[in-house]
Design a protein around this ligand. Structure first.
Ligand code: ATP
Ligand code: MG
Length: 400
């Protein structure tokens, strides 16, 4: 006997009532894509569970992959037996004695199939008694057992599981619409993208760079971050915006101290045009309140004036250390800390105003005509698409 299944438990989506079917279908597709390299497995689903039939595949690497799929609350190795008393006894015996270092156990039966002749409570006693009288050195501990053997008796068979492995939680990516992630090479924005995806949001990304002031290496760093994020969302298209001309104009025309705010507003305007074109309904940024000059309440208010699209800011109330912690967990940290020049730091004054008002910025912007350069910039956006396995480069010079 051996574990022949992985049982997947749904998270919050199990509360979705009439829409559940749609969530399960999306999770199924996401799991299937994630496990595409395991050719022998089969995936089955119903309203409350998903099952992976291993068909001889090693479960360990599969479980590693499942940890990155949003919408999964937890999963466990499972043995499937016929819903027959003797076979269930045999399977729980295996599940109890297979792991080392187990002394105490608890059996928890859930009889989903009411045609099964023994009730859940009685079956708990039957199985517990069977284990105690056929083994040595084990005892029952209902409060704090070394192992909890869960037995789900269903029509199509009985699933016996032991250890519960926590999943990524959240909602399946693709069930909450699309957002455009403003992706820099820093620590914060990849984490923001990850957290947005956790709520089921599918992502595209936009990155502003200023060649030749920012190097090919700094662009590559952002591409590596994008690639890393495909681990959670399967694919990510990145819109790379050449920002040099607009930045030079800002540098020339806008008094020092206000350039950063004007630049952010232009980023928002460009992002909105890309979102419109792609049918994307929101933005996601790595902003965290009070972290730097562009993230004070006044800056946010003034920058936000140019768009009425919702801006998702998953990090808004997090401390830097909490953000770093997540970036290490999702393996973006080591990429983010590579040294690089950022388009925002190349041109931006060392002392940006921390309290730019809407009135002041509007007054300054009214003196400069950005429109022609803005259209030119939109026309030279490059789109690079990453998928979890491969990467291909497509250039659409006439994007808009
Ligand atoms: P990050 O670590 O994400 O770069 P940060 O702490 O450096 O953030 P800022 O530089 O003020 O903060 O940027 C705030 C947010 O603006 C970023 O999290 C990101 O969403 C967006 N952003 C900044 N620079 C760029 C860029 N070059 N391209 C696209 N988005 C950017
Ligand atoms: Mg930054």
């Amino acid at each position: 006997m051996n574990y022949d299944h992985i049982l997947i438990r749904y998270g919050e989506m199990s509360l979705k009532g009439k829409n559940l079917k749609h969530f399960v279908a999306r999770l199924y597709e996401n799991v299937k894509m994630k496990l595409a390299n395991f050719s022998n497995i089969q995936i089955k689903r119903n309203r409350s569970r998903m099952y992976i039939l291993l068909n001889g595949e090693d479960p360990e690497p599969i479980m590693e992959q499942l940890k990155d799929v949003f919408g999964i609350q937890s999963f466990s190795l499972a043995i499937k037996s016929e819903s027959e008393e003797e076979q269930i006894k045999e399977a729980v015996m295996f599940a109890l004695t297979e792991p080392e270092d187990v002394k105490t156990f608890k059996v928890s039966v859930r009889r989903v199939d009411k045609d099964f002749p023994i009730g859940s409570q009685d079956m708990n006693r039957v199985l517990g008694g069977h284990l105690l009288s056929n083994t040595e050195g084990y005892s029952v501990d209902v409060h704090n057992p070394d192992i909890e053997l869960q037995v789900e008796i269903r029509k199509d068979g009985t699933y016996i599981t032991s250890k519960k492995i926590p999943g990524a939680g959240g909602l399946p990516v693709g069930t909450s619409g699309k957002s455009l992630l403003l992706l820099s090479g820093g620590i914060d924005s990849p984490v923001a993208g990850f957290l947005s995806m956790k709520r089921g949001v599918e992502m595209e990304a936009i990155h502003f760079h200023s060649p030749p002031y920012t190097s090919e290496r700094s662009k590559q760093k952002v591409m590596d971050l994008a690639k890393q994020l495909t681990r959670f969302g399967h694919k990510l298209r990145v819109h790379v915006v050449p920002f040099t001309k607009l930045q030079q104009t800002i540098y020339r025309e806008i008094p020092e101290g206000y350039g950063m705010t004007v630049m952010r507003r232009l980023m928002m305007k460009i992002s909105e045009r890309v979102a419109e074109k792609e049918g994307i309904l929101s933005f996601t940024t790595g902003e965290s309140l009070g972290q730097v000059a562009s993230q004070t309440m006044e800056s946010m208010n003034t920058i936000n004036e140019v768009t009425n699209y919702p801006i998702i800011r998953p990090l808004v109330s997090m401390d830097k250390l909490e953000i770093i912690d997540i970036s290490k967990r999702i393996d973006t940290y080591d990429i983010s800390i590579r040294p690089y020049e950022d388009c925002c730091t190349v041109f931006v004054p060392s002392q940006p105003k921390t309290r730019p008002t809407r009135e002041k910025i509007n007054e300054l912007e009214a003196k400069v005509d950005f429109s022609e350069e803005l259209e030119e910039t939109l026309e030279s956006i490059e789109v690079i698409e990453f998928t979890e396995e491969a990467e291909q480069e497509d250039e659409f010079s006439d994007l808009l």
